[in-house]
Write a protein that binds this ligand. Structure first.
Ligand SMILES: [Fe+2]
Length: 395
């Protein structure tokens, strides 16, 4: 594979973050039939079709809860490796508890359609080279945020019990902090799923009902920047997420790049900060494989990578001065919202029809979207297991 061999573009030369900003408060506070709600929902759906991503403002969410979450996870991942290893559950495919560094592999390196996506990008817009197929040097914690289904699931391993770390000073803080921040992101992304459904011409609850008993995960990653802090280190190689929608709070260290479907540009993500005049917080939402599948490719799962770029290094230098006693660990504030494992995943006919139209329009504009994808019917749990095999977390 030919790939990008140049160094990362400095932050001030990177394309500006120009994703649409969607206001969840409009949807939550105004009548569903109002023109303002209709317009905001249409904007949300269009943002997902065009970019596979958007910035979401939720007035109910407190940035302070994200701060408490980031502090807790920094303290947790600063523990000795032997202590962390007690929280591993390999027999459950690492779907609860901790995944230590160098376990998860970027699937793209062995995936022909994904390598084709990179090939079709302009050389200066390509991700850092993942051809070596090294596992990602990042740790992860999975904290389940699902609601117990009132039926027997065919996929029990994906609905396993949570692991609470045992160390004193962490154990008591863990559950309240994880639940508070996780619930905030879960309600924000559920609201956005309803907005997107309305904007796509579907009943508001189409996606939220399908995901009600999904095995949602609060899924922070941790990268030790004292060990993996060199410029152009890949912390998470180029990939898409296997779930329905992913939502992120602000990280203390930049380094997330996303690719917008219709521009082919690499975008350095900057989540706007909340000013003193506005309440709530801004969150980043990205489409995953389940949404791509259910929409018949109308909305494509968004590619992204996390690397050490010039802005990451600048944040590390600032942090060393401002908080010299804190661990230099990059925590990602990530939540994976899933459809229920037992849900039958098949393209919704109205969306699949529009997907064909959009694909035709793209071709007419000379934009090569690669081979047409066939979205076969299967249970969501089957789709998840297929994806996990690719990234080496389940055999
Ligand atoms: Fe991801």
């Amino acid at each position: 594979m030919s790939s990008n061999t140049t160094t990362t573009i400095p932050e001030d030369e990177a394309p500006a973050m120009d994703l649409p900003i969607i206001d969840l408060d409009i949807f939550l506070t105004q009548p569903r039939s109002s023109p303002a709600v209709r317009a905001e929902c249409a904007k949300a759906a269009q943002a997902l079709i065009t970019y596979g991503a958007l910035v979401l403002h939720d007035g109910r969410v407190s940035e302070g809860d994200n701060t408490a979450f980031l502090d807790l996870l920094e303290d947790y991942f600063a523990q000795p490796r032997a202590e962390l290893a007690r929280d591993e559950r390999p027999e459950l495919g690492y779907q609860v508890g901790v995944t230590l560094e160098n376990t998860e592999k970027p699937k793209c390196a062995v995936d022909a359609p994904c390598l084709d996506v990179i090939r079709r990008l302009a050389p200066d817009q390509r991700p850092l080279d993942i051809a070596g197929h090294q596992p990602d040097p990042k740790c992860r914690f999975f904290w389940r945020m699902g609601e117990q289904a009132p039926y027997a699931t065919q996929f029990p391993a994906l609905n396993a019990r949570n692991v609470v770390p045992e160390a004193e000073g962490i154990r008591e803080r863990w559950t309240p902090v994880m639940e508070k921040w996780g619930s905030s992101m879960k309600s924000a992304v559920t609201g956005l799923a309803e907005m997107a459904a309305v904007g796509l011409g579907l009943p508001a609850e189409t996606f939220s009902d399908a995901g009600r008993y999904g095995p949602h995960l609060l899924a922070p990653t941790a990268s030790d920047l004292t060990k993996y802090g060199a410029l152009d280190t890949i912390l998470a190689g180029f990939h898409t997420d296997l779930n329905f929608l992913t939502i992120h709070g602000r990280s203390r260290y930049p380094g997330l790049h996303i690719w917008a479907r219709n521009t082919g540009r690499r975008i350095a993500v900057k989540i706007p900060s909340t000013s003193t005049s506005t309440s709530g917080t801004y969150l980043l939402v990205q489409a995953g494989k389940q949404l791509e599948h259910l929409s018949g490719g109308l909305i494509k799962a968004g590619y992204h990578e996390v690397i050490v770029n010039a802005a990451t290094l600048a944040a590390v230098a600032r942090r060393r001065v401002e908080q010299p006693d804190r661990p230099l660990v990059r925590i990602s504030s990530t939540f994976f919202w899933h459809l229920a494992s037992d849900y039958d995943l098949a393209p919704l006919p109205a969306l699949a029809e529009r997907a064909r139209q959009v694909r035709g329009e793209q071709l007419g504009l000379g934009r090569d979207e690669g081979e047409e994808v066939v979205y076969e019917s299967m249970k969501v749990g089957q789709q998840v297991q297929n994806e996990l095999k690719h990234i080496a977390l389940m055999t």
